[in-house]
Design a protein around this ligand. Structure first.
Ligand code: AKB
Length: 320
């Protein structure tokens, strides 16, 4: 990777991935693609080039790729699961139409493409525990439908056109930098904000609902390491299961209470998010990612909790 375009650079993953790539690839152009209303600000804006790239506009993708001699595209444009249920047409337009536009530009200009998939690509018929890499997907959400389609389309472009497409199935991502918006796993971010602010947390997901989660530094490493991996060992491409921790609301609540004993949580279950969560796996088996490109997470729930509470408490001035 030398010249990289990040489509969706101001979102939850993009804002941190762009900065991380700029710190590693100092000899190239790491271009922050944005849409109107979500322009890069502050360090993201000052530290490198940016370009107007709406993924639904193929010409804007092609212009940025041409101008900066892009060799790798990170396609991070998507609506998260709960929002995608409210706006299924837009979710398809961005998730599938946008990916098609990106792959077409990549085919013509010979770029590699990373497009995240998700635990949301699985459905209620999928084996719930230690979900295998290759298994029934059959999601019930529009988010999942776009992710499965995206996996298949990306594999098609690799097999038929030789486009170097690669992907991981992200779990819920937890970070103190840019909050997510409209996901089913967002509660696992919001709970830390509540704890750091000294507020009671109203949990939208029921006790006993397990989902895979990951701390953002591990997710960024996965996104970079898979694009740098030697493809000769790949049996899979789109998309690899990756995992680091799985918990339900009770487990994360009690972990936070170890460091913030006064923290309180009550349940106020959101039926939409709950039904989505129940259709997803409890935990993924990431053996293939470990064997084919050396994936290994660094953060567990305890290490993540300490870091999240430190960083957010410093921000909100409530250090213990
Ligand atoms: C969501 O909850 O929609 C996302 C995901 C797991 O892909 N965080």
């Amino acid at each position: 990777m030398k010249n990289v375009l990040i489509i969706g650079s101001t979102g939850q993953i993009g804002s941190e991935l762009t900065m991380k790539l700029r710190s590693i690839y100092t000899n190239g152009n790491i271009v922050a693609g944005y849409i109107p209303g979500a322009e890069p600000k502050g360090e993201l804006k000052e530290s490198g080039p940016s370009a107007l790239v709406d993924i639904t506009n193929p010409q804007q993708i092609a212009d940025a790729v041409e101008k900066y001699q892009i060799d790798t595209i990170y396609n991070l444009a998507a609506l998260l699961s709960a929002v995608a249920e409210a706006k299924p047409q837009l979710a398809w337009k961005i998730g599938v139409g946008g990916l098609f536009n990106t792959l077409e530009v990549a085919r013509e200009k010979r770029c590699a493409v990373f497009t995240p998939s998700s635990i949301g690509s699985f459905g209620p018929e999928t084996p719930k525990d230690k979900t295998p890499q290759d298994t029934i997907r059959n999601p019930r959400t529009m988010y999942g439908v776009t992710k499965v389609t995206g996996e298949m389309l990306s594999d098609y472009y690799f097999r038929h056109f030789g486009v170097d497409t690669r992907s991981v199935r992200f779990p819920g991502l937890i970070s103190y930098v840019t909050p997510p918006g409209g996901g089913t796993t967002d509660y696992a971010v919001d709970i830390y904000y509540a704890a750091a602010k000294g507020e009671k947390f109203l949990c939208p997901i029921a006790a006993g609902t397990f989902m895979d989660m990951m701390y953002m530094p591990d997710a960024l490493r996965a996104a970079i390491e898979i694009m740098e991996a030697d493809p000769s060992k790949f049996i899979h491409r789109n998309s690899f299961n990756i995992a680091s921790m799985s918990f339900d609301p009770e487990i994360i609540y009690h972990k936070i209470k170890e460091y913030r004993p006064d923290f309180q949580m009550e349940y106020q279950v959101d039926p939409l998010r709950q039904s989505i969560a129940e259709s997803w796996p409890n935990s993924l088996d990431d053996t293939c990612a470990r064997e084919e490109w050396g994936w290994k997470p660094e953060y567990d729930l305890d290490a993540m909790t300490r870091d999240m509470l430190d960083k957010l408490s410093a921000r909100f001035g409530k250090q213990q």
